[in-house]
Write a protein of this length. Structure first.
Length: 147
């Protein structure tokens, strides 16, 4: 797994950021909150690395604005991307409900047993289930659908 991250994901995200800058950060974070197999633990640190590079090398600029990378802009853009990705997952769950997840959930690694456990958890803990679920890696990408 670490080799996959090192050889595939990190170069992919760096090339994405080199191509579309902040838009790539928003897209990557949005997809991470929507698709559970993309680790956010790689996305934001790579954007932070671009900020660090930009601070020490004036030739490293964000490609769309041609300005130095800003940690505040990365923070805001990542937040917007996360909210939009979570909203997309929530809307899919609200629109299609349990039948949609029963039929298509396996493509995002959601099994019927997972849905049963999530239903029981939501029945017992309500809003706290969403709050706590957003703090746990992997669960945070799946919590949008049953919510």
């Amino acid at each position: 797994m670490l080799e996959f991250i090192d050889r595939t994901l990190i170069p992919f995200f760096l090339s994405l950021y080199d191509a579309v800058g902040y838009l790539g950060v928003a897209l990557a974070i949005g997809l991470e909150t929507f698709i559970p197999i993309i680790p956010s633990e790689v996305i934001v640190p790579m954007a932070g690395w671009k900020v660090s590079q930009s601070a020490t090398d004036p030739s490293v600029v964000e490609p769309l604005t041609h300005a130095p990378w800003s940690w505040l802009a990365v923070l805001l853009i990542a937040t917007v991307g996360a909210v939009l990705g979570s909203l997309a997952g929530y809307l899919i769950g609200a629109w299609g409900g349990r039948p949609l997840l029963d039929r298509w959930g396996r493509y995002v690694h959601i099994q019927p047993e997972d849905l049963d456990r999530a239903d029981a958890w939501f029945a017992r803990y309500g809003g706290w289930a969403v709050f706590l679920g957003r703090l746990v890696p992997l669960v945070r990408a799946l919590i949008n659908y049953p919510a």
